[in-house]
Design a protein around this ligand. Structure first.
Ligand code: NAD
Ligand code: ZN
Ligand code: ZN
Length: 349
């Protein structure tokens, strides 16, 4: 079968590998769609190392059960399923709570999940180590569901953590209206009544944000965006800022618009820095407002993915997808890098 494989820093190839066979407890999935996440670009460019030297990329996966390993019950061949991405040990306290994204033993597992350390879904078939990591899709198409497992789940988890701040009188900002950001706008619209402000460098992405319910949009290539946002919010500034980019310019923007008693949530892995200063009246002018929590959430829990899939099934959220054949994976990564994908690209084997 064809697979898109990572071999090390800036080395991704489309190769032929053998169709895997599920062992006891494992499940073989016929991939219906594999989302292309910006995190892959960080993995590829940073040359992230895992015990398994090469692996198939693709950590946003959904498809149909092809074969059940010995002892697997509860599913039948042909069932449509989404694959929960962050694979924990399955036994520790966080895992028992379905928060495998915060597994106590993550460092010992040898990878973060299928597509990040272990073989993922940019292939015709994929092995999932346990049926515990599957969510039934019913009538929802695997192409639509694949991006929900990360582009949907990650913002959902981040937003849920800030539910208490997302009141009707507050302002919430989403920076970066890409795969994750365009879902964040929809999830905010569906779950809270705060005024939603969207920021991106692309007017097309801002139009997408507007279409999905953003109340105000700002192009961050203008130089006085922070001032314009504060003009809108007044001195209270923003109760929650979700940064889906995480580079120095977006972190600087976040630091200027975040208000008192707030959540500054940095999801993007862009390598930006923030220098925190404690105390001193002199430093206070540039310092964070009191009561601001900075947080870097990671992915989401299994039960949260069930909630995201439920929102999609009910038509409350919808991933804008661009479909490409698996053979176009390298071109798609290039387009993603250039900011030219609208919503989420999904590879269809
Ligand atoms: P994407 O490429 O689809 O979207 C990024 C968006 O940011 C684009 O619309 C782009 O135009 C915009 N952007 C770029 N520079 C900007 C700037 N200066 N100001 C405003 N907008 C700007 O990426 P994605 O797949 O949505 O991922 C977003 C980030 O989140 C990536 O860094 C990714 O690695 C990270 N991520 C983190 C987690 C986690 O669990 N923490 C999970 C998934 C993805
Ligand atoms: Zn991802
Ligand atoms: Zn665990």
């Amino acid at each position: 079968m064809k697979a898109v494989r990572y071999y090390g820093k800036n080395d991704v190839r489309i190769v032929d590998i053998e169709k895997p066979k599920p062992k006891t407890g494992e499940v073989l999935i016929k991939i219906g769609g594999a989302g292309v996440c910006h995190s892959d670009l960080h993995v590829i460019h940073d040359g992230l190392k895992f015990p398994q030297a090469s692996f198939t990329l693709g950590h946003e996966n959904a498809g149909w059960i092809e074969e059940l390993g010995e002892g697997v019950t509860g599913y039948s061949v042909g069932d449509a399923v989404a694959v929960f991405g962050p694979w924990g040990c399955g036994h520790c306290h966080p895992c028992q709570e379905s928060k495998e994204n915060y597994c106590d033993h993550q460092a010992e597992i040898g990878g973060l999940g299928g597509g990040i350390g272990f073989d993922g879904g940019m292939a015709e078939y994929m092995i999932v180590p346990s049926a515990r990591l599957l969510i039934p899709l019913g009538d929802l198409s695997p192409r639509q569901a694949a991006p929900l497992t990360d582009a949907g789940l990650t913002p959902y988890h981040a937003i849920k953590r800030s539910a208490s701040k997302l009141t009707s009188s507050n302002f919430v900002v989403v920076i970066g209206i890409g795969g994750l950001g365009h879902m964040a706008i929809q999830i905010l619209k569906a779950t809270c009544a705060s005024t939603i402000i969207a920021c991106d460098v692309s007017n097309d992405k801002l139009a997408l944000a507007k279409k999905h319910g953003a109340d105000y949009t700002f192009n961050t290539t203008q130089d006085n965006v922070a001032e314009q946002i504060i003009k809108l919010t007044g001195s209270k500034k923003c109760a929650v800022v979700f940064d889906f980019v995480g580079i120095n310019p977006t972190i600087k923007l976040g630091s200027k618009i975040i208000g008192l008693d707030s959540h500054w949530t940095i999801v993007g892995l862009g390598g930006g820095h923030y220098q925190l200063t404690a105390g001193t009246t002199e430093a206070r002018a540039d310092n964070l407002p009191y009561g601001c929590s900075i947080t870097i959430p990671y992915w989401g829990a299994r039960t949260e993915l069930m909630e995201v899939i439920d929102l999609a099934k009910r038509g409350v959220i919808h991933v804008e997808i661009e479909e490409y054949p698996l053979s176009k994976a390298l071109e798609v990564y290039e387009k993603l890098e250039q900011g030219k994908i609208k919503g989420r690209a999904v590879l269809i084997p």
